[in-house]
Design a protein around this ligand. Structure first.
Ligand SMILES: *[C@@H]1O[C@H](CO)[C@@H](O)[C@H](O)[C@H]1NC(C)=O
Ligand SMILES: *[C@@H]1O[C@H](CO)[C@@H](O)[C@H](O)[C@H]1NC(C)=O
Ligand SMILES: *[C@@H]1O[C@H](CO)[C@@H](O)[C@H](O)[C@H]1NC(C)=O
Ligand SMILES: *[C@@H]1O[C@H](CO)[C@@H](O)[C@H](O)[C@H]1NC(C)=O
Ligand SMILES: *[C@@H]1O[C@H](CO)[C@@H](O)[C@H](O)[C@H]1NC(C)=O
Ligand SMILES: *[C@@H]1O[C@H](CO)[C@@H](O)[C@H](O)[C@H]1NC(C)=O
Ligand SMILES: *[C@@H]1O[C@H](CO)[C@@H](O)[C@H](O)[C@H]1NC(C)=O
Length: 890
């Protein structure tokens, strides 16, 4: 054969070929492919070392597929997808099994992707498909997908989220779908934090205990009831959606093209927003972090550390430990091992021999207790301890003496926080950690064991009783020293304890021993007198009675509302309502700090809002003019507060008396709704009709006149009226300036709307002017003339339109408060007011007086025995009759 070359001749050729290969492979590997790579393809960190492992980019450049080496450590490499401008890792393939060598490869073949160890064993791979893989595609949403020859998706990374979701990705509400944090910044294996979508909520948990839930977050709004099927994130916010796609809970966020929701290795859920997915511009705002308070993170200060606003410390009898947390200073071991407790797992309820407790001091709170119901309610601190002692999984307990609530700490000990939320009752919150003293674990003959078990038990018991007695006595002494009556109250409580955990079962109307879990701090009348300096400074008078300024022992200011002359029935009803109100927390709702009920006296202690109510700032000529930006902030804040009342609480609350007098302001732009929950609570059975007329004229929806149901949309109407007053800067129906201004200013100071007088001749009705302005497309002229045009024209238009939508005569066609808030923020599409639903404003404006405060006549509602409401129109309503008298209890 003449063509056959002799072997020695082939050798140099092979060598050249080999050299060529060596040169070619890195050259080929070093180039980043765009959108697709096709089999057979190989990548390793070494092959793509020039691009730091990046081997594939999406078309717009927003995302990259990479052999990722987080933190620059050289022994853990992952197949990952990064958001390229921010270098955020949004997905990891082999988080549990990292590649341990930079030369180790990942391969794309017709059967899928496999990630290999240096010796060639696959440590991670995609499942087997019936059809061959034609390509691997990374799209501009960040989804890495395997496609077949017809471009159908065989497998995609969006179905297997790790610790991150990006816009357009959804997380179903199934047990198998959850986000798990990374263990650390450079170790992407599963850490201990979880994000789950449950049937009702979005929750963050650590070692099985919940530390945050969306529905409890002030920034969320609930749109409707229903079962959550999935979580989705997109350009306008985060949504929990029902199976039909309807939104159940949402967080509206500023418009953005891309959002990345990441559960950090520290347990914090961070949402970053990017105006453009592939631009390197910085995120559009600081973003959204949950929980918003750093101390609410389970390990904010390490195990058993104490998180305070000033930083991390250790509880009194604890010292810093080597692992970054705290440990008992006396060297006792904690947590006690489960085996030593349950006697090899058999006797589950036998008391442990060598268990004792170390106090955490007063005023401590635990992150897990904020969201979970107490393990036991109504017992005393000893019964709480007994419960912990007999439960092997109990690691410690927290006891709240003001609500008689007992919380057991389970699973794992995290950080504690100093409970600054109820500073008046610091010493009511006690915490104890279960410890095992070091001399335990002795084993011998059965007799020896018995003694070894019995003796410490008795000793421990005696010790616990003594310590308990000392603690309780010194605690009472301290209480008595600071406030005598308080101690008496505690004594009374202890004398007749009730084991009933049932909410109202334990309440006796005639005694002072009202026991309701979750009740806010209860004050004696003497304490109230102390704090208000015997009711010296009166700061207002609402529909219920006078409001006084006061100061708690810790120096924080409060407003004390004396409730008088309204049908507040028994103590039981009162306390039940107080427990509900006291448990509503939202940045835009005035917080109830405590209450007092003694004999016939009923007082409520609220946080103090130093700028008073909105009507002052808005209508009083002597007050500094509210700028347009502030008015927008007030509108949005108040809308959010109301939306929370309507949808955010377990029990839907309709305010029934939305008006500027009930919107309070404080420095720092705080806006809060006051007096909520004082109208009757809406239970499902009574969600229709109210038996007494509530609310205040001028803000009353037309359905108050008809027999139509009073719903949350009734508040929406009133809020619409408030919005118009915010725009115009005066009452919607103003008396004539000559005889109205002075009286208006003085009467609104005591928190009630003056009964209109028949004297006011022609009163111009602003809602009608707003409707006409809308029809003419002239919005800017509607704004408060005192602002002299210093307004944002687009926003004036927006607010007027939203207000008019709120006034729609048909309640069903008014937006919900959540939608109102979204529209005001500009995060939801603006509705167009329907003019034909607003015709009644012309009637109100031209003399006829509806439920709206009239110029020459007014309307009186009466209820006869049969429950039918009669409407009487009265002329010349005397000016001295206040709205309260017309409206009845609010
Ligand atoms: C961003 O993506 C768009 C299309 O998605 C593209 O037109 C634009 O060039 C990209 N910008 C950069 C900086 O890559
Ligand atoms: C490959 O190497 C890993 C350690 O890097 C080892 O655990 C595994 O057993 C090896 N597999 C084979 C088939 O040698
Ligand atoms: C698959 O998608 C690519 C890129 O969009 C396109 O070029 C190709 O023609 C598609 N193949 C089929 C079978 O549709
Ligand atoms: C969250 O998901 C994990 C994993 O499926 C599960 O073990 C845990 O119980 C879930 N937690 C909740 C609160 O649903
Ligand atoms: C985001 O999703 C919600 C709920 O599905 C939807 O109402 C909204 O229009 C979406 N926003 C964008 C920008 O797609
Ligand atoms: C605590 O309550 C139990 C009954 O539940 C009672 O036997 C015990 O005496 C009470 N202890 C104190 C200190 O009041
Ligand atoms: C310990 O208490 C928890 C509730 O806090 C309970 O779920 C568990 O069953 C208890 N264990 C025993 C052994 O009683």
């Amino acid at each position: 054969m003449p063509t056959r070359l002799p072997l020695p001749a082939v050798a140099p050729l092979l060598l050249v070929l080999l050299l060529l290969l060596i040169i070619i492979i890195p050259a080929r590997g070093g180039r980043i492919a765009t959108e697709f790579v096709v089999p057979d393809f190989t990548a390793s960190y070494l092959l793509f070392i020039d691009t730091f492992g990046v081997f594939l980019a999406s078309r717009g450049g927003a995302f990259q597929a990479v052999v990722y080496n987080p933190g620059g450590q050289q022994d853990r490499f992952y197949l990952a997808v990064l958001h390229s401008p921010s270098k955020t890792c949004v997905w990891v393939a082999n988080r549990a099994a990292p590649i341990t060598d930079r030369a180790a490869q990942l391969q794309l073949t017709a059967s899928g992707i496999s990630v290999q160890d240096p010796n060639g064993t696959a440590i991670w791979s995609t499942p087997a498909f019936g059809v061959p893989v034609a390509s691997l595609r990374l799209d501009d949403r960040g989804n890495l997908a395997l496609l077949d020859a017809r471009n159908a998706t065989l497998w995609q990374s969006f179905d297997h989220p790790t610790d991150t979701l990006v816009s357009s990705q959804t997380l179903p509400a199934t047990a198998a779908a959850f986000l798990a944090s990374a263990a650390s910044e450079s170790d992407l294996s599963e850490g201990e934090y979880r994000l789950n979508v449950t049937a009702a909520d979005l929750v963050l948990t650590w070692m099985g205990s919940m530390y945050w839930r969306l529905s409890n977050d002030a920034r969320s709004t609930m749109d409707r009831a229903g079962t959550v099927a999935s979580m989705a994130v997109n350009g306008t916010g985060v949504y929990l959606e029902a199976a039909d796609g309807g939104v159940i809970i949402q967080v509206s966020l500023p418009a953005a093209e891309l959002r990345i929701v990441k559960l950090g290795y520290d347990g914090k859920l961070q949402i970053s927003s990017f105006a453009s997915a592939n631009s390197s511009a910085t995120p559009i705002d600081a973003g959204f972090a949950a929980p918003s308070d750093g101390c609410a993170l389970p390990l904010s200060c390490g195990a058993m550390g104490l998180c305070t606003p000033k930083g991390c410390t250790c509880p009194p009898q604890f010292a810093a430990s080597h692992d970054g947390g705290c440990a008992p200073s006396d060297g006792s071991s904690t947590p006690p091992s489960v085996a030593s407790c349950s006697g090899d797992g058999r006797g589950s309820s036998s008391s442990s021999p060598s268990v004792s407790y170390i106090s955490l001091g007063n005023g401590v709170a635990y992150y897990a207790n904020k969201l979970a119901p107490p393990t036991m309610a109504g017992g005393n601190v000893s019964s709480c301890q007994a419960l912990c002692s007999t439960n092997c999984s109990c690691l410690g307990y927290l006891y709240d003496a003001s609500s008689l609530s007992c919380y057991l700490v389970q699973h794992q000990l995290g950080s504690f926080m100093s409970d600054d939320s109820t500073s008046g009752s610091d010493s009511d919150k006690l915490g104890f950690i279960k410890v095992r003293s070091s001399q335990s674990s002795s084993s011998g003959s059965s007799k020896g064991t018995l003694i070894a078990i019995l003796l410490p038990t008795i000793l421990a018991f005696v010790l616990v009783v003594i310590i308990g007695a000392i603690v309780i006595r010194s605690w009472r002494k301290e209480k008595r020293r600071s406030s005598r009556p308080r101690g008496d109250l505690e004594l009374r409580r202890h004398r007749s304890p009730s084991d009933s955990a049932h909410l109202v079962g334990a309440i006796d109307d005639d005694s002072d021993d009202v026991v309701i879990p979750g009740l806010p701090t209860r004050f004696t009348h003497e304490e109230i007198e102390d704090m208000t300096n015997s009711f010296r400074i009166k700061i207002g008078a609402g529909g219920f009675g006078a409001v006084y300024k006061g100061e708690l022992p810790d120096g924080s200011q409060v407003a004390v509302k004396k409730i008088e002359g309204v049908g507040m029935q028994g103590k039981r009803e009162f306390c039940t309502e107080i427990a509900v109100i006291g448990n509503i927390h939202h940045v835009n709702l005035v917080r109830l700090r405590g209450f007092c009920t003694e004999g016939q006296r009923r007082l409520l202690v609220y946080e103090y809002m130093n700028r008073g109510s909105l009507d002052r700032s808005l209508f009083r000529p002597t007050c500094p003019l509210l700028g347009w930006k502030e008015r927008m902030d007030v509108a949005i804040g108040a809308a959010r507060g109301l939306a929370y009342l309507h949808f955010g609480c377990d029990q839907r609350i309709i305010h029934c008396d939305v008006k500027p007098e009930n919107i309070l302001l404080a420095d720092g732009g705080q806006v809060k709704i006051a007096d909520f929950g004082l109208a009757k609570f809406l239970t499902p059975e009574q969600s229709g009709l109210f038996t007494t007329m509530r609310g205040t004229r001028g803000y009353l929806a037309p359905e108050w006149l008809s027999n139509a149901a009073i719903t949350d949309r009734t508040d929406v109407y009133s809020f619409g009226m408030v919005l118009l007053e915010l725009v115009r800067g005066r009452k919607n129906r103003s008396e004539h300036v000559s005889d109205g201004a002075g009286g208006e200013a003085s009467s609104s100071s005591n928190g009630t709307t003056t009964g209109s007088s028949s004297r006011g001749a022609k009163s111009d009705y602003f809602p009608l002017a707003a409707l006409e302005g809308h029809e003419a497309g002239k919005y800017a002229e509607l704004a408060d003339p005192r602002l002299q045009g210093r307004v944002v024209a687009k926003e004036v238009e927006r607010v007027v339109k939203v207000a008019l939508c709120c006034l729609h005569e048909d309640p069903h066609l008014r937006p919900s408060m959540a939608v109102v808030a979204g529209m005001l923020e500009g995060t939801m599409e603006l509705w167009e007011p329907r003019v034909h639903l607003l015709g009644f404003l012309r009637l109100y404006g031209r003399g006829f007086s509806g439920p709206v405060d009239g110029g020459g006549s007014d309307v009186h509602l009466k209820q006869d025995g049969s429950g039918a409401t009669t409407v009487t129109t009265m002329s010349g309503w005397p000016s001295y009759l206040s709205s309260t008298q017309l409206s009845g209890p609010r």
